[in-house]
Design a binder for this molecule. Structure first.
Ligand code: AMP
Ligand code: ZN
Length: 707
């Protein structure tokens, strides 16, 4: 064998080992929630495989874990015919009807008590995964039940879906739901809000939207998961009961529901259905109810199906807390990118223990789809901790003359903040104020720049930003010693037009405009203003990722800002990077690369950046924190959640300390959490951690461990 062939053979062997290991660790992490190696170690193995595949393109394989980061964009979705149709389910909100379902089943089978399985009805997007000889070949959506869309490239990016399973069965189709976890959904929407992109109405929409992305890299950046609960076409495998299906899938490495039960008789089913609803919060996916299925699969054939739904299963749906109230008005909020977000102004109403007077309407398309009109009586819903949303209109309470909502007309064709022209952004399905000088946008940009996840300028809130960025009317009392006190009203011009102007502020400029300032306040004191200026000055020395995030580049959230800072090392390098260079960065797809390039092509943005440079803002401070962390450190490789109030640290500082030590800081407590740090007044997270028996550190112990 010549040297090249020898090399290739070795590379092939190593690639196989790496693929096996990566898939195993992937399963341990995403499916079984008991990782054996640190995220860094995992990344290292992945890098090695990526490098091997890059050096030997002939080794590339569609089932390689490297595909999980998303391949090349695709043109469109090919239709896939389902060998076994994907059916919908009959459903009910009433337990009485569940009993009637049981009566029908027993009658058809002519016997006594029937065995059932009850499991969560996962509110995601149905998918079907076809494995041939154990390799994931095709992933498809349900579509109309007979034909779906081929979403294989996107499904591969879902970490909990195995690319290979330990079976030689010629065909095994596995079905279930893809979903976006609750915490991930909140985070995604928060980031979209900050980036001025329209919000997703709920996790299911976000999931559906993600799976239909043409750029798998965008999908890879969204932490989708899946739960599997059924099989379709089968060759060389057989199951006897639904319980066998669930156990069998779990054994093959698929994520299955954590809570499900085999029940004898319908009363046991009903008891479990209620238990499931009580324990809904233990699952990271949204549940819209429970599904009851006859356990024995031979009986399925006996019972058969109607045109739409099987006769052997039924969904019992949960209702969420809802209330009715009148939609008094729809206001439009202008975000920092100019996107106009409609907000429902409601007749105040009690809902789930609090008074609600505003609710989210998401976007114009959503309002039209639900045909929500001003004056309507609407149903608002609050499910769990999410922001209340308008779910539907009570049609027969519509006042006469209510007009369909038209955002453009509603706004009179102009931005409610600046009167500038608004245009429809076809990509984002949103209306946008085009005026770069729009005060709402200026405020939004500055708020974002100063926010905790960006430059983290302490004490720089909405009110002071508003006062600095617009004309302010102030009352000044002067005492000239001759005529006594006189009150002078003045209008001061705005002093902050862009984020760089912050660095030119003096305590005096701030003090004069400070909201709630007493007319008699002595300028000489200026304590608050002095503090703010100090906080601004401190931010000059921030780490680069904070600056990158703070600039507000479309599609660049905090996570990506960190990656860009680490990989490029300076703002100048980022500015100089073309699409080709950017595409090599982890998590950067074509769309993101393009928006970065466009941002730095904009003269105005460049001018602001030069002002920042002159002001002395550092452009290159990159702390390779995790890299310097000691592997033997207590926090290294742990997933840590912080809750409650800490005395010695802000939340941000505590997170930084943890990250420096190689810990991953998460928002919500789950089975994969290693440690909870609980400050004063810790609430539900602490309870949850105790329930899950996760170790808890109080602040004193946390401090000790840091040292
Ligand atoms: P529907 O779309 O409301 O008719 O409900 C039927 C859909 O519920 C199915 O197509 C599945 O996508 C979904 N579903 C969610 N969880 C389950 C489950 N555990 N068993 C069966 N179907 C489920
Ligand atoms: Zn405007």
């Amino acid at each position: 064998m010549d040297e090249a062939a020898q090399n290739l053979a070795e590379a092939r062997q190593r690639a196989e080992v790496l693929r096996g290991e990566l898939e195993r660790h992937n399963r341990l992490y995403y499916v079984e929630a008991r990782p054996e190696i640190s995220d860094r170690e995992f990344d290292r193995l992945m890098r090695e495989l990526q490098d091997l595949e890059a050096a030997h393109p002939e080794l590339a394989a569609p089932d390689s874990p490297t595909r999980r980061v998303g391949g090349a964009p695709i043109e469109g979705f090919q239709p896939v015919k389902h060998a076994v149709p994907m059916m919908s389910l009959d459903n009910t909100y009433s337990l009485e009807e569940i009993r009637e379902f049981d009566a029908r089943v027993r009658k058809a089978l002519g016997g006594g008590a029937v065995e059932y399985v009850i499991e969560p009805k996962v509110d995601g997007v149905s998918i079907s995964l076809r494995y041939e000889q154990g390799v994931l070949k095709v992933a498809a959506t349900r579509g109309d039940g007979k034909t779906g869309d081929d979403i294989t490239a996107n499904a591969r990016t879902i970490r909990s879906i195995p690319l290979r399973i330990p079976t030689v069965a010629p065909v095994l189709e596995v079905r279930g739901e893809a979903y976006l976890g609750k915490a991930a959904f909140e985070k995604l929407n928060r980031e979209r809000g900050k980036a001025g992109e329209p919000l997703f109405a709920n996790p299911r929409n976000a999931t559906a939207g993600s799976l239909k992305q043409l750029d798998p890299k965008v999908v890879a950046a969204r932490p989708l998961s899946a739960v599997l609960y059924a099989v379709g076409a089968l060759e060389g495998v057989e199951f006897e009961t639904q319980a066998d299906v669930l156990r069998g899938l779990q054994k093959l490495g698929f994520p299955v529901a954590k809570l499900w039960w085999e029940c004898r008789g319908i009363e046991e089913v009903i008891a479990r259905a209620q238990e499931l609803q009580r324990r809904e919060d233990e699952c990271d996916y949204e549940m819209d109810g429970a599904v009851v299925k006859v356990n024995r699969l031979v009986l399925w054939r006996q019972l058969g199906t109607t045109a739409k739904a099987p006769r052997f299963a039924m969904a019992y749906k949960y209702s969420h807390e809802q209330a009715q109230t009148v939609l008094k008005a729809i206001t439009l909020q202008v975000g920092r990118t100019g996107v106009l977000t409609p907000v429902a102004e409601l007749e105040p109403v009690e809902l789930a223990g609090s008074t609600i007077s505003r609710a989210t309407l998401h976007n114009e398309d959503e309002i039209r789809r639900k045909d929500i009109r001003v004056g309507d009586t609407v149903v608002i819903e609050k499910a769990g901790e999410v922001i209340p949303a308008v779910v539907e209109v009570v049609a027969d309470k519509r006042p006469r003359g209510a007009r369909p909502f038209d955002l453009r007309a509603h706004a009179g064709g102009m931005c409610p903040e600046c009167g500038g022209e608004i245009v429809r952004d076809p990509q984002a399905a949103a209306w946008r104020c085009e005026n770069m000088n729009c005060p709402a946008q200026i405020r939004g940009r500055i708020e974002h720049f100063a926010s905790r996840g960006a430059m983290n300028i302490d004490g720089f809130g909405e009110a002071i930003i508003e006062a600095l960025s617009s004309e302010t009317q102030v009352v000044d009392a002067t005492d000239d010693g001759l005529f006594g006190k006189t009150r002078v009203e003045k209008v001061l011009p705005p002093v902050v037009h862009d984020v760089a102007d912050l660095y030119a502020l003096t305590p005096e400029m701030i003090e004069l405009r400070r909201p709630n300032r007493a007319a008699t306040a002595k300028k000489a004191e200026m304590k608050l203003a002095g503090k703010l200026c100090a906080a601004i000055a401190v931010s000059k020395n921030n780490e680069l990722w904070r600056l990158i995030h703070g600039l507000g580049i479309p599609n660049v959230g905090e996570g990506l800002a960190r990656t860009l800072a680490l990989e490029l090392g300076s703002l100048d390098a980022l500015m100089a990077a073309d699409a080709e260079v950017l595409a090599k960065v982890r998590d950067v797809g074509e769309i993101v690369a393009q928006s970065i390039v466009e941002f730095f092509d904009n003269k105005r943005n460049l001018a602001v950046i030069e002002k920042l440079r002159i002001a002395g803002v550092r452009f290159n401070r990159v702390e390779r924190v995790a890299a310097g962390a000691s592997r033997d450190g207590f926090f290294f490789g742990k997933r840590v959640v912080i809750t409650g109030t800490l005395q010695k640290f802000t939340r941000e500082q505590a997170q930084e300390e943890l990250r420096k030590r190689g810990a991953a800081v998460a928002e919500t407590v789950g089975k994969t959490t290693h440690l909870l740090i609980a400050g004063a007044e810790a609430g539900s997270k602490l309870e949850k951690a105790q329930k899950l028996r996760i170790p808890v550190l109080d602040e004193a112990e946390f401090l000790r461990r840091l040292e």
